[in-house]
Write a protein that binds this ligand. Sequence first.
Ligand SMILES: NC(=O)C1=CN([C@@H]2O[C@H](COP(=O)(O)OP(=O)(O)OC[C@H]3O[C@@H](n4cnc5c(N)ncnc54)[C@H](OP(=O)(O)O)[C@@H]3O)[C@@H](O)[C@H]2O)C=CC1
Ligand SMILES: O=C1OC[C@@H](O)[C@H](O)[C@H]1O
Length: 369
Amino acid sequence: MTTILRWGIISTGGISATFVKDLLVDPKTRNIDDIVHKVVAVGSRNGAVDKANAFITANAHGDEGIKAYGTYEEVYADKDVDVIYVGTPHTFHYTNSLDAMKAGKHVLCEKPVTSNVAELKGLLAAAKEHGVFFMEAMWTRFQPLSLAVVGLLESGELGKPVVVHGDLSADFGLHDIPKTHRILDPALGGGAILDLGPYPLVWAIMALYENPANELSSPSSITGSIVKTPITGVDANTSFTLNFDKIGAQAVLSCSINASTLTNPGVTIRCEKGTIRVAAPIFVPKSYKVEYFGTGKEKNKVVREEEKVFDYIGHGMQFEADEVARCIREGKKESALWGHAKSLLAMTVFDAVRKQGGYELPPGVEQLV
Ligand SMILES: NC(=O)C1=CN([C@@H]2O[C@H](COP(=O)(O)OP(=O)(O)OC[C@H]3O[C@@H](n4cnc5c(N)ncnc54)[C@H](OP(=O)(O)O)[C@@H]3O)[C@@H](O)[C@H]2O)C=CC1
Ligand SMILES: O=C1OC[C@@H](O)[C@H](O)[C@H]1O
């Protein structure tokens, strides 16, 4: 039986456009016939129905069946909408998701899921109260390559994971963008850790936190360091280290908004019997290499190399959308792959790193503290 999931889109920004295009990728291109995604409504703030219409023209083939609204509230209230996609800047995720839940809608909310742990706890309570599905849009977790890497790690073929190195950086041209740009504006949660940090972290979570021997134990320590940009005081260069004492492993992670590492190296997962090298960009890698070590005299030698390449139509966000559809169909309130505990872990890490690095959001920005 085919499940039709009807989406309402909140905001007409960059990532909403990419998400909608991926929703509309023909499911047959990924060999599935149990799900069809439909976009039924798009909302833009401040009465900008024209912006919503232009968005539909540009990203949804101008489909006249899609309703264009000039407020988000009209999307939440639309009885034809099953699930809301929140694509606004970080510091609005809490309010937008909460409003959607209050209207009885399921929610897929962009990363970082909120500004802090307190807001996320508030949303989890609201999701329970209203009986709705809620997930952070951590799309990397659902991509076929990630499933394959986790499968390889779980197979035990490479032995225990020991160290994960991961970086995501992008040069946003900080001197050429306005201080109100979401990457620079502290009121929008600007900076590296909240925007780029989720990606090195998701690899650490997949490789170490999810390792069966770790038994879902939280990191035993989180150590962060921040260099702020003098332009607005948001974090420009951030590094953070997570220790997983239970399995004797460490993640060494970093992110920058003024340096490009969109080229290799992406993520390196060092295991006892080999190394996995995941290609950049680490939010949607298309290949990984495995170096297998020898034994005996060849213990420190790479004796075999293997490369896996992944290709599909679309940007890669369709896989998280499929997960949402399947969970909702099965009456689940969270995903088994990227559930509430993992989002809580991510926000706990970001809160700790911001605290240690002295990066506070301006008063009043966080809705719950
Ligand atoms: N998963 C991924 O790969 C990516 C995820 N993201 C995440 O998505 C979110 C949005 O990022 P992105 O699409 O790049 O951002 P954009 O600035 O391109 O778009 C954000 C949109 O949010 C709406 N909005 C509501 N309130 C505000 C406000 N006060 N200031 C600015 N915009 C506002 C606007 O839409 P309107 O006026 O129509 O209401 C705006 O177009 C971020 O949280 C980011 O972390 C971003 C990029 C990639
Ligand atoms: O989620 C994201 O992935 C890619 C980055 O360039 C972007 O800023 C970020 O929001």
